[in-house]
Design a protein around this ligand. Structure first.
Ligand code: PLP
Length: 369
């Protein structure tokens, strides 16, 4: 027995301004308390179809194989590589943060000959270096929005220069927070997560793959659960409308994602992106006005995830603990070598408002005084 019930503080009222999860949209939250649907209930199947269609619209793709995988964002990464990498295939990975490093590891585990194009943390992907790293790779992979550094990279430019390679984009922190046009950009495979700018709890990994990439897939991947061929009838209707059982869909989570997407479309995609941009800008302007400096290179800063340099002599963890104990408010530490050197502040989904930026600035000012 723990001391507190889940309905009591400290759980109630936490403000999640870290790198994700954020506080879900109220609609996503409410949907979790609805009566549960069975995973083969026609009402659930309709919800799955509608969710997949809204994901296509957010992503700017007509890929038939677009679905929320029943797992977190990392499973999306795993699915991308296990379904496309044959032993010895050359995979060029642009590494400008932790999640690019993870891609290198995952691709190598599936037998790829990986060429990692390393970048300084805090800088965007250098398209020229990535494109010229190998004359004929099977896959070029990059992270659109690097959550470990707060940097956005130009996926469209990679797509324009990818040649015969398949382009794989990690969209975990970009989806729902900024414009994406995967088909126009030439992206063949992408994965995301539910817990960031889509404003849902962690647990789903939106995933999409083009017909061209599907044709070049591994016939029988070493992972059963993430085999896209087997998943075909689960969500995408590629079996001519007939549904096949693959695994028990997390129905409550899919309905919650549907509710969040409906909310996003009701607000208007462009309005949602503008709200993220404005909140991020207000936060970054306010931090600089306080005399703090930002970590990510100017011109490549994400609005939804701001990285701040911890000032000399300040105990980074002590500030985070102060914010949590006094304000019930979470911000993130850095990762790896930057763990104590930067803070990561999210303005994601429902949390992306000017009011929240001001709240954070006031709390941080108090913590630093
Ligand atoms: N890629 C990026 C850019 C991320 O930010 C994250 C999580 O923060 C992941 C991948 C992994 O997602 P998850 O933690 O949901 O497995």
């Amino acid at each position: 027995m723990t001391e507190n019930s889940v309905f009591e503080s400290p759980i109630v009222g936490r403000q999640l301004f870290g790198p994700g999860p954020c506080n879900p949209y109220p609609e996503a939250h409410l949907a979790l308390s609805l009566p549960l649907l069975g995973h083969l209930d026609p009402a659930f199947i309709d919800a799955m179809d509608a969710t997949s269609e809204m994901l296509r619209q957010v992503w700017g793709t007509r890929n038939q194989r677009t679905l929320p995988l029943s797992a977190t964002g990392s499973a999306g990464m795993e699915a991308a590589f296990v379904n496309t990498v044959h032993a010895g295939d050359v995979v060029v990975v642009a590494v400008n943060g932790l999640f690019g490093e993870r891609m290198v590891d995952v691709a190598a585990r599936h037998g790829a000959e990986v060429i990692a194009v390393e970048h300084e943390y805090g800088t965007p992907v250098d398209v020229e270096r990535v494109i010229t790293a190998h004359p004929n790779p099977k896959i070029i992979a990059a992270v659109h929005a690097e959550t470990s550094t707060g940097v956005v990279s130009d996926i469209q430019a990679l797509g324009e220069n990818k040649g015969d390679a398949l382009l794989l984009a990690d969209c975990v922190t970009s989806i729902g927070g900024m414009e994406m046009q995967l088909d126009d950009w030439g992206v063949d495979l992408a994965y995301a997560g539910s817990q960031k700018c889509l404003g849902v709890a962690p647990g789903l990994a939106p995933f999409t793959i083009s017909d061209q990439a599907f044709e070049r897939r591994v016939e029988k991947p070493s992972n059963w659960y993430l085999d896209l061929n087997l998943l075909g009838g689960y969500a995408t209707g590629t079996t001519g409308g007939r549904r096949t059982y693959h695994h028990t869909a997390p129905t409550g989570m899919v309905v919650s994602l549907k509710a969040a997407l409906e909310r996003i479309f009701a607000e208007g995609l462009q309005n949602v992106y503008a709200r993220h941009a404005a909140a991020g800008q207000a936060l970054q302007d306010g931090l600089e006005a306080m005399g703090l400096t930002l970590f990510a290179e100017e011109g490549s800063r994400l609005a939804q995830l701001t990285t701040v340099n911890v000032p000399e002599g300040v105990d980074s963890a002590a500030v985070r603990h102060y914010l949590m104990s006094k304000y019930n408010l979470e911000i993130g530490a850095g990762t790896g070598a930057y763990a104590a050197k930067i803070w990561r502040i999210g303005m994601m989904g429902h949390n992306a408002t000017d009011a929240n930026a001001n709240l954070l600035l006031a709390a941080l000012k108090d913590a630093l005084n």
